[in-house]
Design a protein around this ligand. Structure first.
Ligand SMILES: [Zn+2]
Length: 271
């Protein structure tokens, strides 16, 4: 496969990559100095929302967002038509034109799909990934994950114990936040719950919930294809700590069969 799969999780959960990120966070504003970093332990919903908003804005500014007239944007818009909110959290979708295969969802309902993922997935498969990610948003997993990453980064850098005002963070400190987010894995229970939510969510929105099983099958295929590549070892390392993909495929397929949902015979890629 002539695709760069440098970092790729089976669940594609809330991964944030620094590959395309050029600028740094405005941490002075984000954490607002030492006292706020300490207060982070008791972050209010409002404060959290503000941090997440800032983070997403930064990600959007630092990555190459596909314009409205891009075939990627048009395809994603068509795909996600009717997907408006997750438990009251309004959703918004954008495509990043990047070489890494990935997608992520933030606690504020921002879903970002990478163009390279769109290149290798059918519409149904993409919907499955999106449905799963929205499951994490709806269950507030994404919010907890962001909070943990924020605290980990702040504490790791000794911000909480310092009495000096934080200077603008360096690239390495930004890396710490990214690393903390990547390491903030979800439990098997959370993963399965997100799968179940995604299934119900897609079905309610009039999409075919077979998307879930199809997405996981593609992820498995991608993993197998990557076995001999440079990314293979990295992928395997990630997969070994994730819930069994076969089990998740089986769960989603069993449900669709039980509910007598017709499996899509052919999934067209609109490019
Ligand atoms: Zn997940």
């Amino acid at each position: 496969m002539n695709i760069r799969i440098s970092r790729f999780l089976c669940c594609l959960c809330f991964l944030l990559f620094h590959v395309q990120m050029k600028a740094q966070f405005d941490w002075v504003r984000m954490l607002g100095g030492v006292s706020k970093a300490v207060q982070a332990v008791t972050l209010t919903d409002e404060q959290m929302a503000e941090y997440v908003r800032e983070y997403v804005a930064k990600m959007d500014a630092d990555n190459n967002v596909c314009p409205e007239n891009s075939p990627y944007t048009i395809r994603l818009k068509k795909l996600t038509n009717g997907l408006r909110d997750a438990e009251g959290i309004p959703l918004n979708f954008k495509v990043y034109q990047v070489r890494d295969i990935n997608a992520f969802a933030c606690a504020d309902g921002s879903v970002r799909v990478f163009s390279s993922l769109m290149d290798v997935m059918t519409d149904d498969e993409l919907l499955g990934v999106i449905g799963h990610e929205i499951g994490h948003v709806a269950h507030r997993d994404s919010k907890k994950s962001f909070r943990t990453a924020l605290l980990t980064s702040a504490l790791k850098d000794g911000i909480s114990s310092s009495h000096e005002k934080i200077a603008v963070l360096t690239d390495s400190q930004l890396g710490t936040l990214t690393e903390a987010m990547i390491n903030a894995r979800y439990s098997q229970k959370q993963e399965c719950a997100a799968d179940d939510y995604g299934y119900t969510f897609l079905k309610k929105a009039g999409k075919n919930p077979w998307a879930m099983a199809l997405a996981f099958r593609k992820l498995k295929q991608l993993q197998n294809n990557a076995q001999n590549s440079q990314a293979g070892a990295f992928l395997n390392q990630l997969f070994s700590s994730h819930p069994d993909l076969d089990m998740r495929i089986e769960r989603m397929e069993e449900r669709a069969i039980k509910e007598k949902i017709a499996k899509p015979m052919m999934t067209l890629r609109i490019k």
